[in-house]
Design a protein around this ligand. Structure first.
Ligand code: TXA
Ligand code: MG
Length: 329
């Protein structure tokens, strides 16, 4: 199969046709690129799992183009859930709601809930609206690889597995949506993202953070190692330890790079290969996956800054900890 990258102007009609015929199409969102299929067509949704090499017990998010579409997918939507959706949609958030029986098991992995997201990216909105049906879509990477934040990332990873990639530029947010389970007694964050716990608490009053220990996996995805670059990666607890590790690994013959914000190594002597993640945590969130893509193509070993556990830092660290397997120096 040939894979083509096309603009929405060139490709909209063809892309919609593919979806209507039960095929898969990659589209941009403000978080990461998604690999979409008609959420009401179980056979089409299976193609997503095949193309990604994803285990079938990991459910998908249904992407909508208008708030009113919620009614096609979910039942018993609480006032709290409505408040969250009114505040943050369209945007980088996924709400878990009680599923409607119209949603096929391929999407929900047989759970009685469904994840719903209304992306803000104009290309995503135009495409989903033109399809006229919700699109089930995971991130458009093969299973265990880093999520793509550009059409080129998708192409490098998924070439030959998908016919069409809609071009949408670099993703503005850069990490996957915040997932909040609105079916729990206290709304629970299953995956941190750009919509932080504080922001949710302002709307909900009370919100829980998913706290590690997985007894019954609520987000089945949590039990899989995700977002891993193809080379080794560690988190440095300080700029000093980053520079020491850099020197140590280079001496061993491993081409090493440091991923950090611009001012990180200020005051430390030495010349370092550095991928600049920008100035703010927001910049770092936008750039982190692109930096991992670049690093794994050019280097053997990645040393990454610790972003702490406040606000967006916690969301960035969630992805970095997965990529590094929790290794710290
Ligand atoms: O930003 C995003 O959310 C991107 C873009 C493409 O929208 N999508 C994305 O999808 O990250 P994916 O499949 O890579 O991650 C979705 C996560 C998985 O870990 C899955 O287990 C969880 O959402 N999930 C989906 N439906 C669920 C449900 N009903 N209950 C609990 N977790 C669910
Ligand atoms: Mg993913």
């Amino acid at each position: 199969m040939q894979t083509r990258i096309v603009s929405i102007q060139q490709g909209l009609i063809e892309a919609v046709e593919l979806i209507k015929n039960g095929d898969i199409v990659v589209f941009p969102t403000e978080t990461v690129y998604g690999l979409g299929a008609n959420a009401f067509d179980g056979g089409a949704v299976r193609k997503i799992f095949e193309a990604k090499g994803r285990p079938m017990d990991n459910p998908l998010i249904a992407h909508i183009a208008d708030i009113s579409w919620i009614d096609k997918l979910a039942v018993d939507v609480s006032d709290c859930a409505k408040a969250v959706m009114n505040e943050f949609m369209p945007g980088p958030i996924t709400v878990i709601l009680k599923r409607s029986k119209d949603v096929p098991d391929e999407v929900t992995a047989g759970l009685d809930s469904v994840g719903i997201r209304f992306p803000s990216h104009p290309v995503a909105r135009q495409f989903i609206m033109a399809c006229g049906v919700p699109l089930a879509a995971p991130s458009a990477n093969t299973s265990t690889k880093i999520s793509p934040t550009s059409a080129q990332h998708v192409f490098e990873d998924m070439q030959g597995r998908v016919p069409l990639i809609l071009q949408g530029g670099a993703c503005e947010v850069g990490i996957e949506s915040t997932i909040v389970d609105m079916t729990a007694d206290i709304p629970t964050i299953l995956r941190p993202g750009a919509i932080t716990q504080d922001m949710l608490a302002r709307v909900l009053g009370k919100v829980k953070n998913y706290d590690g220990q997985i007894i019954v996996a609520k987000a089945p995805g949590m039990k899989y190692k995700h977002y891993a670059p193809s080379c080794e990666m560690v988190v440095a607890t300080s700029a000093e330890s980053a520079s020491e590790e850099y020197i140590r690994q280079n001496k061993k013959g491993l081409a090493t790079v440091i991923l950090a914000k611009r001012d990180y190594l200020e005051g430390i002597d030495g010349v370092f290969d550095l991928i600049d993640l920008g100035e703010s945590d927001e910049d770092a969130m936008r750039n982190i996956y692109a930096a991992m893509h670049e690093a794994q193509n050019k280097y053997d070993y990645i040393v990454c800054q610790d972003f702490g556990q406040d606000g967006l830092g916690a969301s960035i660290m969630n992805r970095i900890n997965k990529a590094s397997g929790g290794k710290r120096i």
